[in-house]
Design a protein around this ligand. Structure first.
Ligand SMILES: *[C@@H]1O[C@H](CO)[C@@H](O)[C@H](O)[C@H]1NC(C)=O
Length: 441
């Protein structure tokens, strides 16, 4: 990179006139103010710290239920185990297999509905199924696949179908105040997935008429992934498409980002925009588009991915995600949202066709890694524990919740080829060099 930069300095006119610069300094998909960090340590070294970071999370496992102590609840635990299993998959190792297996065997017993891995929140079930698919990919054990399929079958009972529209209700959430509208905003509600299922642990929520981006996006992604693994397109891909199209019709805004959900009765849109809703949409359409050779679906995924990299909704001016920032002792759900975006980007990366987008994702991941290690880690040179404020200003401590969210960035670093790690022998440093991006394009 350094010789190219030197050459670049000799050709200012060429730089101004075109975008022939190396992407590392001039990717038009990333705003000019974004950082441009480069690695000065070896990949092996970075991996050794990532392993310590995982060990630090695992030390906080709650052996009663498979949760993590100060790690949020069921859905965050499942996201933590997702990242742990994917760490093994990405490295072709099985060193964490026993830990994942023990945790999932406990988590399966926490059901409050009688259906394994299903509590009163349909989105929680989706996260659990995806975590089990990650374990299946990493370890090949049938039990994980069987569990994911059981959850998928359950979730098919939570979709807005013709039957639900005719009845006016999803039976388990039947309440005089939450009759489902046949259309909202002029578009059919078919294919949306209810956020809650009326499970008894939260009877007050039985009258919730929310058809949400997260529950629908999770079902779309889960369907897409099951389609890929089983090759049963008629069964899984078709349902994935229908739910992804519900997202298009109801919660995808003009910028390609997603709102949080639709009230089934009033059609009122909850217009929060979170990383993880965009992430599920990106993952679902990238997977479906690739499996069914659908260029339109891939373009939809790429469009939302591009906007995710540059939106000021959750990115700081230097490119570090600021969503979920706050008191490190707090435990709100937003802490873990951003990691789902990072995960969707690295998992969808192989499916994307746009080379500029792929290069931008690698840079974006590096920026998040810079934020984590230099602005929100227990050590800048030997980082093990991470906080929730990736954009800084300074490390205040870690919780299991913040720690498990950071693991997705450590996983995503595998997108970087070994050649990006300049010094095989460097000691004690991870990312240290960074500079503002040189101009825009
Ligand atoms: C490709 O995906 C788009 C977006 O969901 C959809 O409208 C279209 O029907 C799909 N094409 C095929 C051949 O499945």
């Amino acid at each position: 990179m350094i010789p190219l930069l030197a050459l670049f300095a000799l050709l200012p006119l060429l730089h101004a006139a075109s975008c022939s610069a190396p992407r590392a300094v001039c990717n038009p998909l990333l705003p000019p103010g974004y950082l441009s960090p480069t690695f000065t340590s070896s990949r092996a070294q970075l991996d050794s710290y990532a392993q310590k970071s995982i060990d630090s999370l695992l030390a906080r496992t709650d052996h009663k239920n498979g949760y993590f102590k100060d790690g949020g609840g069921f859905w965050t635990a499942q996201n933590g185990w997702t990242a742990v299993a994917d760490y093994d998959r990405l490295r072709g190792s099985k060193v964490l297999a026993a830990r994942v297996s023990a945790a999932q065997d406990l988590l399966v017993k926490t059901s409050t509905t009688g259906v394994p891995l299903v509590n009163e929140f349909n989105d929680d079930a989706g996260w659990a199924a995806l975590a089990n698919l990650r374990a299946y990919e990493a370890y090949g054990e049938k039990k994980y696949m069987d569990r994911a399929k059981v959850v998928w079958e359950y979730l098919t009972t939570q979709i807005v179908t013709e039957q639900v529209l005719n009845d006016g209700y999803l039976k388990s959430v039947k309440n005089p105040d939450n009759k489902i509208s046949r259309t909202c905003n002029g578009k059919s509600m078919l294919g949306g997935v209810y956020w809650v299922n009326g499970g008894t642990a939260h009877p007050d929520q039985a009258k919730d008429a929310g058809v949400n981006a997260v529950s629908t996006g999770l079902f779309a992604l889960l369907s897409a992934e099951l389609c890929g693994i089983t090759k049963d397109k008629a069964k899984y891909c078709s349902k994935g498409y229908r739910s992804a199209q519900w997202l298009d019709d109801h919660v995808v805004g003009p910028d390609g980002l997603l709102w949080d959900g639709v009230h089934g009765t009033t059609c009122k849109i909850t217009d929060w925009k979170f990383t993880y809703n965009a992430a599920l949409y990106i993952g679902a359409y990238a997977t479906l588009g690739s499996l069914t050779s659908n260029a339109t679906a891939l373009l939809l995924a790429e469009r939302t991915a591009k906007e995710s990299l540059k939106t000021t909704q959750w990115n700081s001016p230097n490119g570090i995600i600021k969503e979920g920032a706050g008191d490190v002792k707090g435990s709100d759900d937003g802490i873990g949202f951003k990691s789902v975006l990072v995960r969707a980007l690295y998992r969808s990366y192989p499916y994307f066709k746009d080379a500029g987008l792929k290069a931008a994702i690698v840079e974006y991941v590096n920026i998040q890694y810079y934020g984590l290690t230099q602005l929100d880690a227990d050590s800048k040179t030997q980082p093990v524990e991470y906080g929730r404020n990736w954009a800084g200003p300074a490390y205040q401590g870690s919780t299991a919740h913040a720690q498990l969210a950071a693991l997705d960035v450590l996983n995503a670093i595998t997108l970087n080829p070994k050649s990006a790690f300049l010094k095989a022998e460097a000691k004690g440093m991870t990312v240290i060099k960074t500079q503002p991006r040189v101009g825009g394009c």
